[in-house]
Design a protein. Structure first.
Length: 179
């Protein structure tokens, strides 16, 4: 099932049938979806994680989420020290913005973290992102970092579900049952 269709189905089931859903992913850096009904607006950021047999399935059931802190480490690893005289030649504001991980820029109300296994929906996590963001920033030192050089050189924080306060997180299995 396509990710957006899965999200639409979830919103209609959990939030109400008459929500209108607008995909904003390609239009801003603050959130991906706006779900609205009358004067109620819910900004949603979603993250899709794909797990494939023989490639990365060992991570599927680690029961954690990855929070992207830095997206493009190599952008900041030149060997020149910035000064007021050279900073504009060394860096570009848009590239700096794109290098910072989504977590810091995100201005969503909800975070949907969706796992797929071999292309099939596996798990859906719905989090109160406003509460999570504050909680995470106050507890950031309690989590392990993970580096991935597969695409852009990303540093993530690994946050186990069990560490996230219960009022912040709801987890649904592949059958839509809350766990």
């Amino acid at each position: 099932m396509e990710t957006i269709k899965l999200i639409q189905s979830y919103i209609k089931r959990e939030y109400g049938e008459d929500f209108t859903i607008t995909d904003c992913e390609d239009r801003n850096n603050l959130f991906d979806i706006n779900a609205h009904k009358h004067n109620m607006h819910i900004r949603i950021e979603y993250k899709r994680r794909d797990f494939i047999t023989g490639e990365n399935e060992r991570y599927l059931d680690e029961n954690d989420i990855l929070i992207e802190l830095v997206q493009k480490v190599p952008y900041f690893t030149n060997n020149k020290t910035p000064t007021n005289g050279n900073v504009n030649n060394l860096y570009n504001p848009d590239k700096i913005n794109k290098s910072i991980g989504w977590f810091y820029k995100c201005n969503a109300d909800r975070l949907f973290y969706i796992k797929f296994f071999n292309g099939n929906y596996h798990e859906f996590i719905d989090m109160d992102f406003i509460l999570f963001k504050g909680w995470f920033l106050n507890n950031i030192d309690n989590f392990e970092l993970q580096y991935s050089n597969k695409t852009t050189g990303t540093i993530n924080s690994k946050v186990p579900y069990s560490k996230i306060p219960k009022p912040i997180i709801r987890i649904f299995d592949k059958n839509g049952k809350m766990v």
